[in-house]
Design a binder for this molecule. Structure first.
Ligand SMILES: N[C@@H](CCC(=O)N[C@@H](CS)C(=O)NCC(=O)O)C(=O)O
Length: 198
């Protein structure tokens, strides 16, 4: 398998796909798409992904696939990144769905508004920090007595959730308030050989 990844290098959703490709040693090329320049909304891009978003991958036969967690699941099928046990696999999906609905919309959006749009913490909707902090508290509890989210080892759940958790500070969250999460971030960064600065 070899794929082309269309992405923005500052986007956690795109980086998590790149880390999965790297971990699985799947050859890929990266095509830069600048979301701030509107490059996901051109007619040409919308023909490729009508959702107007990155990441998208193009398979070697030309077929596109979007949605970061769907892409990671496609890439990792049959590998150790997806538990073989049915219950553990369902738990992994539980975290993946939760990431998109209850973590990313608060932590990634706070970071986007502060780091990309230059807004101050005070200017943000307070709900972003209330809900983002609730997500981090839930993760802190999950790591009590556990080194990874599911099955005691690295799975797609960790890759999906580390993407924006490691950048939470840029959204006005203090990760030092969540020491078990902080330790897990370092563990996952080491396991994935993540080089991008936090
Ligand atoms: N649920 C999607 C979210 C993708 C997403 O929000 N992409 C952003 C960058 S992180 C984007 O392409 N924004 C540009 C736009 O909406 O025009 C995923 O996980 O892939």
């Amino acid at each position: 398998m070899s794929v082309t990844l269309y992405g923005d290098r500052k986007s956690g959703n795109c980086l998590k796909v790149a880390w999965t490709l790297k971990k699985l040693k799947i050859p890929y090329s990266w095509v830069d798409v600048d979301i701030l320049k509107g490059e996901t909304r051109t007619p040409e891009f919308l023909r490729f992904n009508s959702a107007g978003q990155v990441p998208v991958i193009k398979l070697s036969d030309g077929r596109p696939l979007a949605q970061s967690n769907a892409i990671m699941t496609y890439l990792a099928e049959g590998t150790d990144l997806i538990p073989g046990d049915r219950y553990d696999r369902a738990r992994m999906y539980e975290w993946l769905y939760w990431e998109q609905y209850s973590h990313e919309p608060y932590i990634a959006v706070a970071r986007f508004q502060m780091a990309y749009l230059g807004r101050s913490r005070e200017d943000l909707d307070p709900k972003l920090h209330e809900r983002g902090a609730a997500a981090l508290r839930r993760m802190e509890e999950a790591f009590t007595g556990h080194r990874y989210l599911v099955a005691g080892r690295l799975t797609l759940a960790d890759i999906a959730l580390v993407a924006y958790t490691r950048m939470a500070h840029a959204g006005g969250f203090d990760i030092a308030d969540y020491p078990a999460v902080d330790g897990w971030v370092a563990r996952v960064e080491a396991a994935l050989c993540i080089e991008e600065p936090r």
